[in-house]
Design a protein. Structure first.
Length: 267
């Protein structure tokens, strides 16, 4: 049985937990370490069971606590060479990774890490490098795609393989255009290396999901340029226009920015 929890999803901090009966990992640690410890206690998770960390990219909201957690719990951190280089120079990571705990992944290369088969793949974003992850446990395929400015053919292929999918629905285009952000920031967000809108998310899901997809979580919603119900309704409407009925054909949920999710059992 594979368990999934989101401990935060958004620009305030991102952290996702996957665990089996004998193994566990985090994807990103951008929430505060004290907060993470509290959440783990609340959910009855021993942080000593977390045996590795996977990092998507080097922005602060994904890596803020990675050095402190890695050091305190002696946990290796896996990322691509370019992502590790970005972590090393990011001033928000006050505790740098120990050399012996810094391990490297290659995009498109599958590795076994304990109970997990892990495949990183490239995702367009304005970071040193950004990857999504396909994580497989006993035939169950979990895919995470966050901070994606656009969708590549490779990403579409991984969406098609997923049983469970975490995917970005960052903003509503109209809210962004009418909102308070300066123009340069609006342009960055909607660029091919920025963030996926609700409509782009819904479209790529509708066009690439297969019958094997059971559950989708929308992640990394903007606090200023989106709303959870708006994101859900927008994606829901697009899926329905393709004859895909959320609640019947798939489960569709929105991950909270600053609060942990429930514990999901993936089978």
């Amino acid at each position: 049985m594979l368990k999934f929890i989101s401990f935060g999803s958004g620009s305030s901090g991102n952290c996702y937990y996957l665990g089996t009966a004998t193994d566990g990992l985090f994807v990103d640690i951008g929430v505060g370490l004290r907060t993470l410890k509290k959440y783990a206690r609340d959910y009855g998770i021993s942080l000593n069971s977390v045996q590795r960390i996977l990092i998507t990219h080097d922005h602060a909201d994904h890596i803020k606590s990675v050095g402190a957690f890695s050091h305190d719990y002696n946990v290796p951190v896996y990322a691509t060479e370019k992502v590790h280089a970005g972590i090393e120079i990011n001033y928000c990571v006050q505790r740098k990774l120990l050399k012996e705990l810094k391990l490297f992944l290659e995009p498109r290369t599958t590795v076994r890490l304990g109970d997990f088969l892990v495949t990183p793949f490239l995702v367009p974003h304005d970071a040193n490098e950004n990857v999504g992850y396909k994580i497989e446990v006993e035939g169950v395929v979990f895919v995470i795609i966050t901070d994606a400015g656009s969708v590549t053919e490779e990403m579409k292929g991984f969406i098609g393989e997923a049983n469970y999918l975490v995917i970005e629905a960052n903003h509503d285009v109209e809210m962004l255009q009418d909102g308070p952000y300066p123009q340069y920031l609006k342009e960055r967000i909607i660029s091919p290396n920025g963030h996926l809108s609700n409509k782009e998310c819904g479209q790529v899901l509708a066009e690439n999901m297969t019958e094997r997809l059971k559950h989708v979580w929308l992640c990394h919603l903007s606090e200023e340029n989106n709303h959870p119900e708006l994101a859900r309704k927008t994606v829901d409407a697009i899926l329905r226009s393709y004859g895909i009925i959320p609640g019947k054909d798939i489960q569709l949920e929105v991950l909270k920015r600053k609060m942990p999710s429930e514990v999901y059992e993936l089978e």
